[in-house]
Design a binder for this molecule. Structure first.
Ligand SMILES: [Fe+2]
Ligand SMILES: [Fe+2]
Length: 152
């Protein structure tokens, strides 16, 4: 019994570290409103992760997934508007990345509905990797350009 009690926090910690996203200052694009959106997206991914980790059931998982997808779309619109308002040159390429992401997510959702256990984990993995990479790369690019125009 004691061995198990000692092992639980160790295993839990290891899992938690691996699976939850943690915001880093390095992810900042230099524009407060966008950083706040990105932080919220990370939290929504973590909420979905919690639903998966604690087996809260399909209904809660779906709610968490829908909330994340809805907020992602809201954020993309805001971000695209901000870039458009400031004459950002690479707007079209950036929009395409957003579009491809949404269509990929829709594919995952279709798969998830037919085979929930496997694909929700795959979906989460994809979401985490894509989002961090996108924020830390493509989003930072408009960040720099807009910062130079005095937008923070
Ligand atoms: Fe973004
Ligand atoms: Fe973006």
């Amino acid at each position: 019994m004691l061995v198990i009690l000692v092992a639980i926090p160790i295993v839990h910690n290891k899992m938690a570290k691996k699976k939850y996203l943690v915001w880093k200052d390095d992810y900042s694009v230099g524009i407060e409103e966008m950083d706040n959106d990105h932080k919220k997206l990370l939290n929504l991914i973590n909420q979905l992760q919690t639903a998966v980790n604690y087996y809260t059931g399909k209904e809660f998982e779906e709610k968490a997934l829908n909330e994340l997808v809805d907020y992602t779309k809201t954020h993309f619109k805001k971000e695209e508007q901000l870039m458009a308002d400031n004459g950002y040159e690479d707007l079209e390429a950036h929009k395409q990345q957003h579009k491809r992401f949404i269509s990929k997510i829709n594919d995952f959702i279709i798969q998830y509905k037919s085979d929930s256990d496997i694909t929700i984990v795959d979906t989460l993995q994809f979401l985490k990797e894509w989002l961090i990479k996108h924020i830390n790369g493509t989003d930072k690019e408009y960040g720099k350009v807009l910062n130079d125009k005095g937008i923070h």
